[in-house]
Design a protein around this ligand. Structure first.
Ligand SMILES: Nc1ncnc2c1ncn2[C@@H]1O[C@H](COP(=O)(O)OP(=O)(O)O)[C@@H](O)[C@H]1O
Ligand SMILES: [Mg+2]
Length: 331
């Protein structure tokens, strides 16, 4: 028997290759004899029949379908948020992409893998009041994952916290057997509980980051929309390639994310253009704009998706979550 209540239907056709019709959601037939229209109506009618609108990356903006609910959890996809430059939005993206995926019903584990502990602080934890951190999990075989995982304050999202103790791990791991696979080993029991594990890397390409890449299926590279941002990306790519060759053949680059974009400046748009010409469709269509709300949310110790739920920043991260889910293999 069909259900009495029809589940909500996606706004747009989820089929690939959106047509012009899908893009504009043209549902109303245009009357044969149109009444006198205002100037803005005339303009809207013109754009509805023109090319699909260009997104902030200069490419036509696809419509990303609403994620379908999932009933079974596990088989987590592990993603590293990686760029050896600091202040590019790795931590902000980890928190807010994670929170958006949790809103879409995914079970998310965030891994703070930066001794600065910004991810933990950004979720309201006090670095001096942590019993156990990821450092203990890496270095002490008696410590189990369950003992270290804490709730993040967001339903469906947990956290493996870190603080400055983790900086010692970089030195101590050098002497370990299989030193590059340590994080992979300690995360293994989490794979069956979560749908997504996001690792917030430190701003370096050292042993901790190599551990994160070795444990991952994919990498997301946040890049600030500034000229200097493009420097160093080649080195990051070489590191990813080396890890793929030597340690983790399944490692993919899931996408490059433009952050702190300011559409009013030619500069931001030029950087986007150069990004797309260098990386092509690896660049996410979604771009995160610059707004002070992100620092406010950090001070409040929450994701922007809960601190300012209807802000554009929150909406952009929800859109990133939808886009990311279209790129990942079916769950
Ligand atoms: N889109 C944005 N607009 C404005 N400020 C941002 C944006 N994204 C991040 N920030 C701020 O920039 C600083 C660095 O961001 P963060 O995510 O910590 O970068 P990373 O982890 O790469 O060092 C933080 O203070 C953060 O609040
Ligand atoms: Mg950070």
């Amino acid at each position: 028997m069909p259900p009495l209540v029809r589940p909500p239907q996606p706004h747009h056709s989820p089929q690939p290759g959106p047509t012009l019709r899908d893009e504009h959601n043209v549902t109303q037939p245009i009357p044969f004899e149109r009444p006198v229209e205002t100037r803005s109506e005339a303009r809207a009618a013109t754009t509805a029949t023109a090319e699909p609108p260009l997104g902030p990356t200069g490419r036509p903006m696809p419509v990303f379908p609403e994620p379908t609910p999932i009933t079974q959890h596990g088989g987590a996809r592990v993603i590293s948020m990686c760029n050896q430059k600091g202040g590019v939005g790795k931590t902000t993206t980890t928190i807010n992409l994670g929170a958006s995926l949790a809103e879409f019903g995914r079970r998310v584990l965030l891994v703070d893998f930066d001794p600065q502990g910004s991810l933990s602080v950004g979720l309201g934890l006090n670095p001096h009041e942590m019993d156990l951190t990821i450092y203990n999990l890496l270095m002490d075989r008696d410590v189990t994952l369950d003992e270290v995982v804490v709730p993040s304050g967001i339903e469906g999202m947990d956290l493996l916290p870190s603080n400055i103790d983790l900086s010692a791990a970089e030195v101590q791991l050098v002497h370990e057997v299989a030193r590059e696979q340590t994080l992979q080993r300690v995360l293994a029991p989490a794979l069956e509980h979560y749908d997504v594990i996001l690792i917030d890397c430190q701003p370096s390409l050292g042993l901790l980051t190599v551990n994160a890449l070795t444990a991952s299926d994919g990498v997301i590279v946040p890049l600030e929309c500034e000229y200097f941002a493009l420097r160093g990306v080649a080195l990051l790519k070489t590191t990813i390639d080396k890890v793929r060759e030597r340690l983790n053949p399944k490692l993919e680059i899931d996408g490059v994310l433009g952050t702190m974009f300011d559409g009013r400046t030619l500069h931001s748009r030029e950087v986007m253009e150069r990004l797309v010409s260098a990386w092509g469709d690896t660049v996410f269509h979604t771009v995160i704009r610059r707004t002070v709300k992100f620092s406010d949310a950090t001070v409040a110790g929450e994701p922007i998706t809960s601190y300012a739920s209807s802000s554009t920043g929150a909406e952009h991260y929800r859109q990133l979550a939808r886009e990311v889910l279209t790129r990942w293999p079916a769950e």
